[in-house]
Design a protein. Sequence first.
Length: 196
Amino acid sequence: MCNKFLCSALLGCLVFASAAAAQTQSGSLIDPDTYRGLAADRRAHQIGDTLTVVVTETARASASANTDAQSGVQLAANTQTHHSSHNYGIGLSGDDAGQGKTSRAGTLQAQLAVRVVAVEGDGMLRIQGNQTVVVNGEKQQFALTGLVRSEDISTGNTILSNRISEANIQFTGKGDVSESQRRSILYRITRWLGLI
């Protein structure tokens, strides 16, 4: 029992001595640039930190125009003699009506992990992230860049895409499905020439 106590005491002294030696070499056991306390906020705040962006973008646009025009011309003449009178008239009228409407809608929902690549002078975080998914030979790429404020990042280390300043969100696909959506070169040439 005495030997166990003696070994534990010696081990404790060695740990204390090595900690003291490390403290005298660097001045502190804790690096103030990277240290975060046990109860500290875990939100991204410096270069290299990651956070999750929840992309919920919905865009809708519509425009409509109505045109209604009416015009008319009336020409009348009246002749009268001692025995009778005659009335003559000619009339022209025209109506023109036109309607036009265009609308466009798009929705994008995704989640993407991004990295803080720079901290701006005003404290805003510049983020950047890329993701590539291949499904049945169809390659889909998702890229996002922008600026976020630290206070907009939730305690779960996530941020909504509508809170990103200067957001650049790109979602592209390459493969059989994307190629089938492209118009043929013959169609594009005839369209450019104005033949169709």
